[in-house]
Structures are given as C-alpha cells and as structure tokens.
Write a protein that binds this ligand. Structure first.
Ligand SMILES: Cc1ncc(COP(=O)(O)O)c(C=O)c1O
Length: 392
C-alpha cells in the first residue's frame, strides 16, 4: 500500500526547509508522540505519579500490545527498557556464564556489545569468537556452522543492521541454526526495528533489543527487550533484579515474575512510555511492510544518485542494504563535507572508528558520513541532498 507522505509530513511539527537524514541517530517524533507525553506529564503534575499510573493501567498495558504487534510477539514477551543497551545488558546478565564459555559474534556488532563481551572476558574468562565475513560483507554461514560445531557456544550475538553501514545480516539463517542446536541467540535490532518488517517467530531469536529514538521515532530514554517463551520458561532473569521484576517472599528468597517484566526495574518514565507507545502505534498503523517498501525506493534513488557523483565512495557492504548509507568524497575533508551539509540545513551524522573498530580497520578509514533517510523523506529531498553532495 502507498503511504500518505503528505499526511505523514503534516504530523511533524515545523518540518520547515531542513532535509532530515538522521533517523539512525535520533529521528523526528510525530507530534502525537509529544502530545501523549505532555498529556501524561500534566496529569502527573496535577495528581502525582502513583495515582496516574493506577488510572492509566490500560494505556500502559497497551504499550506491550503495540510492541508485541510490531515484532510478531506476545505482550508477555516484552519488557520496557531505558534504551537498547539497557536491554542488552539485562539480557547478558541473565545468562549463567562460566569460565571458558564461548560467545560467537560478528565483526560488525555494535561497539557497546563488544565492550560488554570484553568486560565478560575480563571478569569471567569467557571467550569471544567472530564469524568470518564473505567478500561481499555478508556473514559466512559455512564458517558459522563450523564455529558452532567446534565451540558449542553459550551465546550467539548478532547485530541485524550495523550502526555504520546499511548492511542487513541474514539473521533468519543464524536463528535457524541456533534454534535447532538450542543455543541462545541475542539479536541487536536497534537499527532495524522501525525501518524493516520484523517477526521474531521467523527469526527464532531468544532476545531482541531495540531503542525508541531511532527508526521507531519515539522519545529518547526508551527501548524494549523481547524474551522468548523458551527462556522465560527456563527462568532467565537479570542478575540484578529489583522489586519490579521479583517479589521478596522470605528472608532468603524471592520469586521472579511470570512474564518478561521480570527484566524491568520498578521505577519507570511513564510519560515517555506513553510517547513510545504512540510512536509504535503510529508505525504499526502505517504498516512496517509499507514503510519498508517506501524506504527501499528512497534508498535506491540515493544510492544511484551518489554512485553517479565523481569522487563519492559508498562504504556499505552486503547484498541487501537498508536506510543507512555511508560515504566519503575523494580529496574532501570531514570538515569540508560537514560545513557544506550544515550550511544547506541537512541533518546527518558522522560515524567514527571507535563505534566500529574492526569494520573501520578493514575499510582503512576512521570516519564516514552517515545519511539515514526514513519514510517521511521525499524523493525530491533525496535529489536535493545528492546535488549538494555533488557540489562539495
Ligand atoms: C546497532 C546498534 N546497537 C545498539 C545501539 C545502542 O543503542 P542505545 O544508545 O539506545 O542503547 C546503537 C546505537 O546507535 C546501534 O546503532
């Protein structure tokens, strides 16, 4: 179905003359998201947070329904988190790592994930093994199967879409192997949720982590964690759990909650949850298939335009790309490119080596410009930004 771009643009406050291409950073919220947050805060101002939360039980519960619908899960599999990293940390902390346990991951995983693996390595002596990439940037599935057979890993952790490239990893193939061999599969979907249609039943992951502010167009300080029934039934819960996720039953004993809320802490920013719920409802209403197919058209045009500009080099690998595009231009400094884009009111970001050390080392560079259009952008804007880049 065609999306109604005019309406979607009207739903943004003061879009104005800018060209906003930073949804992989922190996107533009629909105005209804901000309205929901404000409405809830006003109630808290008048009645105090506890009474409002009690009055709004149904609306709060709907956050879990909307999120479940977004990724093809059930509401009981969803926990609210404060960002994607909070979700990731809680997921990792629920795994009973022992000395010499193996984590299989990729060269393209998010920096903070690598930092956490290194931290586990230092504290518990776990080992990190990385799947080889094929020439085209995709994961080498033959290598993956070999690593699984050789190491019998405790965890497989893969980032769906890396922060600094439009690469889409073949996560269904990873999920199939993990599922069949009963290995825990942790999927970082921070950059894919909101721009790609995602179904956890098809992916067969055990954990999925996501953030609110990027392609989901929610407020900052929001995220969620999906936990599979398999893990819930097996009692997985965060190492550090509080009275929101567990009930203190006796001096030395607590019971964890039945559902994924055992991964939450008791205190929560309910106004933001209301805004996040609205952002997810908004995306669900347009339909992720529709968003994805419109986005593909935008990106096809942007990639075609930029490939045609002399000196522009794109750094995205993989057979399938999405709404992150990274580039540099021969002989043009970072300062020069930034200056040109800023002076033309283009919103973008710079990805630097510390956010993807292995990938940047392979590419032999230490920065790229990242453009991340989303379904509120138009083909006209894509052509305009291409002209601006041509003029640099
Ligand atoms: C692939 C990926 N994973 C995880 C994160 C972390 O997200 P958050 O800052 O919401 O914790 C990011 C942030 O850019 C990301 O790009």
């Amino acid at each position: 179905m065609e999306i109604d771009i005019n309406q979607i643009r009207k739903d943004i406050t003061d879009y104005g003359e800018k060209i906003f291409l930073n949804s992989a950073g922190s996107s533009l919220m629909p105005k209804s998201v901000v309205q929901e947050i404000n409405r809830y805060l006003l109630e808290e101002e008048k009645f105090g947070g506890y009474s409002v939360a009690e009055l709004k039980t149904n609306e709060i519960a709907d956050f879990y329904n909307q999120t479940a619908q977004l990724i093809g899960a059930e509401a009981h599999n969803i926990a609210f988190t404060h960002d994607a990293t909070d979700a990731y940390i809680k997921a990792l902390s629920s795994i009973h790592f022992k000395h010499n346990d193996i984590i299989i991951t990729t060269d393209d995983d998010y920096a903070s994930n690598h930092i956490q693996f290194i931290s586990l390595q230092k504290r518990f002596g776990i080992k990190i093994v990385r799947i080889k990439n094929l020439e085209n940037g995709e994961l080498d599935m033959i290598d993956f199967q070999k690593l699984v057979d050789k190491h019998n890993p405790k965890l497989v952790a893969v980032t769906h879409v890396p922060t600094n490239s439009g690469l889409i990893q073949n996560i269904e193939a990873i999920g199939e192997i993990c599922y069949n061999q009963k290995i825990i599969f942790l999927l970082d979907a921070c950059q894919s949720v909101g721009q790609l249609s995602i179904n956890v039943t098809k992916i067969k992951c055990d954990f999925l982590t996501a953030t609110g502010r990027k392609f989901l167009r929610g407020p900052r300080g929001t995220g969620f964690l999906f936990i599979s029934d398999r893990l819930l039934k097996n009692g997985f819960s965060p190492l550090m759990i509080d009275g929101g996720g567990a009930v203190w039953k006796a001096i030395d004993q607590f019971d964890i909650l039945e559902n994924a809320k055992r991964f939450e802490t008791w205190e929560a920013p309910y106004a933001l949850i209301m805004g996040f719920r609205e952002a997810i409802r908004y995306a669900n209403n347009i339909g992720l298939e529709n968003i994805q197919s419109y986005n593909q058209k935008l990106m096809l045009r942007l990639r075609e335009n930029l490939i045609g500009i002399q000196g522009v080099k794109l750094f995205d690998k993989g057979l399938k790309n999405c709404n992150i595009l990274t580039f540099r231009k021969d002989g043009k400094s970072l300062a020069k490119i930034k200056e040109k884009l800023n002076s033309n009111n283009v919103f973008f970001s710079v990805s630097r080596k510390e956010w993807g050390v292995i990938d940047f080392n392979k590419k032999g560079i230490d920065w790229v410009i990242r453009l991340s259009p989303h379904y509120f952008n138009t083909i006209e804007e894509i052509d305009n930004v291409s002209k601006i880049i041509d003029e640099i």
